[in-house]
Design a protein around this ligand. Structure first.
Ligand code: DAH
Length: 342
């Protein structure tokens, strides 16, 4: 009997040591099987109970039960500790520093031509204009006929204009939007219309078969050339700064009378003449004029009651001057090395 007691005591001691030394759930499970499992050490000892007398059996049974309870308690205490330690470790290992700065994502931005368009819209919105859109595939009627540009005019030649069919072209100018606007809306009118235009042209540093214009049109009572001058001056100063000066040069457009081309004092040399303005001191910026009475009449607007002014600006020109870009093709090649600079 004392032999079994000793074995139980030794079992308890060695189980306690091994459990105390276990550092993970797996080795605790191994210890449980080893000492308390069906084929474990305790079962093996209890198998010897048959050799005991009837009095000894309950006594040793009680000792064995206490040993089992002791080992179970040691296992469950240690399991708690091991799990808590594992949790602490994983919290430490997986710790996130939420104060670390995030990875910067590359940000998209406007194309330089669209930056110019957005600036124009903002300036003209501020002056009470509405922005309107017009089709790029357009009726000959709106691009030429109703703008006083009659058959035989050189601008209509297929050598200059892309024809879809006899009555349809890719618009060569945003001026067609003037006609659409005046047919749809009655005065007072104040609109701008930025968009793409097309001309048969070889592509080189200053020419492209597709480019952009912004049309402007104001129609109302008592609108004069002075209003055109004031408007363009305000607009150019907002775009290029207060020190720029404007020069109006007489010109001819079929849809305006009088017509003027407008130059801007060179913002590189201030008007003295430099390589940028080719010694002129002035840079040609846009075409403009007082809307021809026939054009108003074509759109059902009484020229005796209403007058108006109009202008058309090349947007590439504005962007090239503003960003010192010397080749128009850069705007269409979509080379990110170029585009990412804006
Ligand atoms: N359409 C002209 C061009 O493409 C620019 C222009 C001139 C527009 C005079 C106008 C204008 O509205 O009145 O060169």
């Amino acid at each position: 009997m004392s032999n079994i007691r000793e074995k139980l005591a030794a079992l308890k001691t060695s189980a306690t040591d091994i459990i105390a030394a276990a550092t993970d759930v797996k080795s605790l499970e191994e210890a449980r099987l080893r000492f308390l499992g069906k084929k474990g050490a305790l079962t093996a000892i209890l198998k010897q109970m048959g050799t005991l007398s009837a009095e000894e059996r309950p006594q040793i049974g009680a000792v064995a039960n206490r040993a089992r309870e002791h080992i179970e308690a040691a296992l469950s205490d240690r399991l708690k500790d091991v799990k808590a330690a594992a949790l602490q470790q994983s919290l430490k290992d997986e710790r996130l520093d939420v104060t670390l700065p995030g990875k910067a994502l590359p940000q998209g931005h406007f194309h330089p031509l669209n930056i110019v368009v957005e600036d124009l819209k903002e300036i003209f919105h501020g002056m009470g204009y509405t922005v309107v859109d017009g089709p790029e595939v357009e009726c000959v009627k709106y691009v030429f006929d109703m703008l006083n540009t009659h058959e035989g005019h050189p601008a209509r030649e297929p050598s200059d204009t892309f024809y879809i069919d006899d009555d349809t072209v890719l618009r060569t100018q945003t001026s067609s939007v003037q006609i659409r606007t005046m047919l749809e809306t009655k005065p007072p009118i104040a609109i701008i219309s930025p968009g793409r235009v097309y001309r048969v042209d070889e592509s080189d540093a200053t020419h492209s078969p597709v480019f952009h214009q912004c049309e402007g049109l104001v129609v109302g009572e008592d609108i004069t050339f002075a209003d055109l001058k004031g408007t363009l001056e305000t607009f150019m100063k907002k775009l290029y700064g207060d020190s720029v000066r404007l020069r109006f040069r007489p010109h001819h457009f079929p849809y305006t009378e009088p017509s003027a081309e407008v130059d801007l004092s060179c913002f590189k040399c201030g008007g003295e003449g430099c390589s940028f303005c080719k010694g002129e001191g002035w840079l040609e910026m846009l075409g403009s004029g007082v809307v021809h009475p026939d054009v108003l009449r074509n759109c059902g607007i009484d020229p005796n009651k209403y007058t108006g002014f109009a202008f058309g600006i090349g947007l590439e020109r504005i962007a090239m001057m503003r960003y010192a870009v010397d080749d128009i093709r850069l705007f269409y090649e979509n080379d990110v090395r170029f585009l990412s600079q804006f």
